[in-house]
Write a protein that binds this ligand. Structure first.
Ligand SMILES: Nc1nc2c(c(=O)[nH]1)N[C@H]1C(S)=C(S)[C@@H](COP(=O)(O)OP(=O)(O)OC[C@H]3O[C@@H](n4cnc5c(N)ncnc54)[C@H](O)[C@@H]3O)O[C@H]1N2
Ligand code: MOO
Length: 396
């Protein structure tokens, strides 16, 4: 069953394209963004008021200055301000040559075409100087950066109306299992609803990966090998779920090896997700996730999301992690690094997040993901941990 139209082109993760910066949110820069001019590009008023030259204010004041010009934002400033005079000026308007302060209109008294000032303004008051935000030729965003909304603002300020970004990684999904039926669809006694396809499609939609195919595969080595072969021709990454354990009904790994794929690792000392596998096929990669939905979820969060980031060309590939405090004690069987769903539960006296969690999580169940805010990461050698211990936490 082919759920998505297959598009035939070859993997080319290193190619870039130029797009308008307002469409570049979440994309990864192929080239740094360099400012085309100083920002701001001219000295301008930070307040509505009056521009003047502080050195022309003799004595202790008050001073009455004639208003010789009027400058609004977008208008060119007059050549210069001569002697003890002022220019009416508005926020964003260029400061005339010679003027070195802008006094807010609230701080002066206006009498016809004169203004009265009682306190001496400091030099530079209310003037935003050229280059005070960015210098000309400055790198403001490095290559490999995934653009956030603040970055788009910086691109526009720097004059980068268009940016060069890396092409999105192309991903194909092959979910294996004869027992699987579309969620909510008709099913026979020993059939189950497919959890992994909706889960992975939803998670992929939140990345910048381009989905080129989503297929459900039968538990048959030759058929799987054919499907994977077609996918490697069009995708940078082929994700499979199921069929990677040790039983003779597990055909995905043999199919990959039969195609001539290079296994980079198969089996990791983690819980859940022990059989997770990773390999290379020409210029493409294969990520084999376990079939159990919770194991597939965890291995996708831990390996899949980092892999997508790396394939997208992002410099920082590991999702943000932080330390949190356990609300209860932990007693477990050591040996494998464990990823356990955990819920944020308020703060300890030092303002650090508390987490609470169950003692046991079934690999096949996903109900506890509903209340989880993230995964706590318990190192392989840990057997017991008292309540109040610091553990790593990866939000999901
Ligand atoms: N003798 C051994 N058996 C198993 C071992 C082992 O070391 N020795 N490891 C177990 C572990 S741990 C895991 S995890 C699973 C992984 O097996 P597979 O990746 O081969 O997954 P399947 O056998 O295809 O499926 C496992 C389980 O999950 C259900 N499933 C599969 N796909 C979906 C889906 N898309 N939606 C919902 N449920 C799915 C499937 O029906 C099975 O119940 O192997 C253990 N066995
Ligand atoms: O690795 Mo399996 O996911 O432990 O159940």
């Amino acid at each position: 069953m082919i759920a998505t139209q297959m598009t035939a082109h070859h993997p080319a993760a290193d190619l870039s394209e130029t797009i308008p910066c307002d469409q570049a949110l979440g994309r990864v820069l192929a080239q740094p963004v360099i400012t085309q001019s100083m920002v701001p590009s001219f000295d301008h008023a930070a307040m509505d008021g009056y521009a003047l030259t502080t050195s022309t204010l003799i004595g202790n004041g008050p001073w009455a200055l004639p208003i010789r010009a009027r400058i609004a934002a977008g208008q060119a400033a007059p050549e210069s301000l001569s002697g003890a005079s002022a220019a009416r000026i508005f926020t964003g308007a260029p400061v005339p040559k010679g003027a070195d302060a802008v006094v807010m209109q609230e701080d002066v008294t206006r009498h016809g075409d004169q203004m009265l000032l009682t306190r001496r303004p400091a030099r530079g008051l209310n003037i935003r100087h050229a280059g005070s935000d960015m210098m000309e030729g400055e790198i403001i965003l490095e290559k490999g950066r995934r653009l956030r909304s603040g970055d788009i603002a910086a691109c526009a300020a720097a004059g980068a109306g268009c940016v060069e970004v890396l092409k999105r990684p192309r991903v194909a999904l092959l979910v294996s299992g004869d027992e699987l039926r579309m969620a909510g669809g008709v099913r026979a006694a020993a059939q189950i609803w497919d959890v992994n396809t909706p889960m992975l499609l939803a998670s992929l939609a939140a990345t910048d990966a381009e989905l080129v195919a989503s297929v459900q595969g039968a538990d048959h080595r030759i058929a799987l090998a054919k499907q994977m072969d077609e996918m490697f021709a069009m995708a940078d990454l082929v994700i499979t779920t199921g069929g990677i354990s040790v039983g003779e009904e597990d055909h995905v790994k043999p199919a990959f090896i039969g195609l001539g794929g290079e296994m980079l690792f198969s089996g990791v000392a983690i819980k859940p997700g022990k059989p997770v596998s990773f390999g290379r096929m020409g210029r493409s990669f294969w990520l084999g996730l376990p079939g159990n939905p919770f194991s597939a979820f965890v291995t996708w969060q831990i390996f899949g999301l980092a892999l997508i980031r790396r394939l997208a060309g992002e410099t920082v590939a590991v999702p943000a992690r932080r330390h949190v405090v356990t609300k209860s004690a932990i007693r477990r069987k050591p040996g494998r690094c464990e990823f356990r769903p955990a819920m944020l539960a308020g703060f300890d006296p030092w303002g650090r997040d508390y987490v609470q969690f169950d003692d046991f999580t079934p690999s096949a169940g996903v109900k506890n993901l509903v209340s989880a805010d993230g995964l706590i990461i318990l190192p392989a050698d840990i057997e017991t941990l008292p309540a109040g211990s610091l553990v790593l936490f990866q939000p999901i």
